[in-house]
Design a protein around this ligand. Structure first.
Ligand SMILES: [Zn+2]
Ligand SMILES: [Zn+2]
Length: 172
C-alpha cells in the first residue's frame, strides 16, 4: 500500500519523515515501513532517523542520476540509534540479511544505510565503492560473526559463564 497523506505509519514513523525535500510530496510504500520496524525489533535499536525517503523523479535524477527506488516510494536512507548511540551500518546490514530474502540494502557510510523493499531481487551494496551489489554475504564482506551482530545474546552467554565460574569457586 502506498501512502500520500500526512499520517502516523507505525510506532516509530510518520509519513512526513519520508517527503521529497524538493516538492514536499509524500509517497511511501508501507512494506518499507514494515521492514524498518522489523529491523528496529531485531537490532535493539530505539530510534531510526530518515535522512532521505521519497524523491520525485525529477529530484531523484538530480541526486542519483536516474529514477531509482526512492522515486518509486520504495526506499529510504537512514541511520539507527540505540539509546542515542549510533549503530554501525555493518551491524544493521547483517541484521537485514538475516531478516529479508529480497530487497535492497547498502552501506552509505559508517552509520547510514540505504534500504528498499524491491521485490524478486536482492541488492547488497556498498555505495562508498559502487552502485552495484558487492557481496552475497554481508558477514563475509564486513568480516563479522553472528556474535558481533547480536551482542546482547553474547552478553547473556558471558553472564551464564560467570555464574558457572562463581559456582566452582564456592565449591572450592
Ligand atoms: Zn520533488
Ligand atoms: Zn538510497
Amino acid at each position: 500500500m502506498y501512502v500520500r497523506e500526512k499520517i502516523e505509519l507505525s510506532p516509530h514513523f510518520k509519513s512526513v519523515e519520508f517527503k521529497c525535500p524538493h516538492c514536499n510530496n509524500i509517497y511511501i510504500n508501507t512494506d518499507l515501513i514494515d521492514m524498518l520496524e522489523k529491523i528496529i525489533n531485531s537490532s535493539n535499536a530505539t530510534k531510526c532517523v530518515i535522512n532521505s525517503g521519497y524523491r520525485c523523479g525529477y529530484y531523484d535524477t538530480i541526486i542519483g542520476g536516474f529514477k531509482g527506488q526512492h522515486s518509486k516510494g520504495n526506499a529510504c536512507d537512514c541511520k539507527f540509534y540505540s539509546n542515542s548511540v549510533l549503530i554501525p551500518s555493518w551491524k544493521i546490514l547483517c541484521v537485514c540479511q538475516d531478516l529479508f530474502k529480497e530487497g535492497g540494502f547498502a552501506k552509505i557510510n559508517n552509520y547510514s544505510i540505504h534500504i528498499d523493499c524491491r521485490k524478486g531481487s536482492i541488492y547488497r551494496g556498498d555505495e562508498t565503492i559502487s552502485n552495484n551489489s558487492v557481496t552475497y554475504n554481508f558477514y563475509e564482506y564486513f568480516k563479522k560473526r553472528k556474535e558481533d551482530v547480536y551482542e546482547k545474546n553474547l552478553n547473556l552467554l558471558n553472564n551464564s559463564n560467570i555464574e558457572k565460574f562463581k559456582g566452582v569457586l564456592k565449591n572450592d
